[in-house]
Design a protein around this ligand. Sequence first.
Ligand SMILES: Nc1ncnc2c1ncn2[C@@H]1O[C@H](COP(=O)(O)OP(=O)(O)OP(=O)(O)O)[C@@H](O)[C@H]1O
Ligand SMILES: [Mg+2]
Length: 261
Amino acid sequence: MTVTAPQTNAAACILRDPCRTSTDPTVCTRLCPHFIAVHGASGTGGRVAAAAIPADYRQVTVANSVARAEQAKAYAIVDAYVATFDRMFSDGPDADRIKSLYLYSREPGTGKTTTAAAIANTYLVRHYIGSLQRNRRPLERPVYFLDVNEWQTLFNRITLSVGDGAKKSVSDEFQRRMDNAMYAPFAVIDDVGVRSATEAFRSYMHAVINHRVTNRLPTVYTSNVPIEELAQVFDARLADRVWDQCAVVPFVGESKRGMRR
Ligand SMILES: Nc1ncnc2c1ncn2[C@@H]1O[C@H](COP(=O)(O)OP(=O)(O)OP(=O)(O)O)[C@@H](O)[C@H]1O
Ligand SMILES: [Mg+2]
């Protein structure tokens, strides 16, 4: 007789590790209100979808990241960093704010985006659980992941779109992403150093980053451009302010892209 395993979402829920009931298949189901809150009733919505973390990186955490062993020094910084996330609930002075990180390697494929997504997922989980513990309603979008390359592609499509309707829908999407990246309490700006950016596109990037640094909103940047060279991408004043608020986390070694995960 074949025994069918109980249908659970255990492997697919980002709350699995911290959740005390995730090993109980009668409780850990798609009907769990917390599963629905973070993944939506369909499993593809909720706060995880609102955060826009790319599908490949949606389940990665700081603890299970494939980059962890190879990038031990970086992860020592990342571990200390995520330990400061409880500050999101304190209204303490500036010194107690959550800082920003700049994940850098000249070499591509070293695990920067993976790590940024892991940090963002960790923030999302902490925000969700910490809010409930304080009897507060978790925000719908505490975290937002801006893929700068995709955002730039949208920007280029605005000019290429034919017809007012098409133009408007692409530019609305561009604007939506911009607003999310500006206002989310915590954001990833993935590939901040894109060198091919036009002056016009750069001004939008500038607006997003300027708003975040001015309001001291914690941000994880990933980049293949050394932070000292950011002044060539943005103006020197903004680059200085990014530098001011950031700890640089170097990623070492050669590209791991294409390796089995
Ligand atoms: N140490 C590792 N071991 C195995 N696979 C890894 C490791 N680091 C990264 N990867 C894999 O390599 C691929 C590229 O990783 P990721 O996108 O995080 O790199 P990146 O540093 O952001 O690259 P880029 O500079 O091109 O943006 C991913 O599929 C990831 O899972
Ligand atoms: Mg990357």
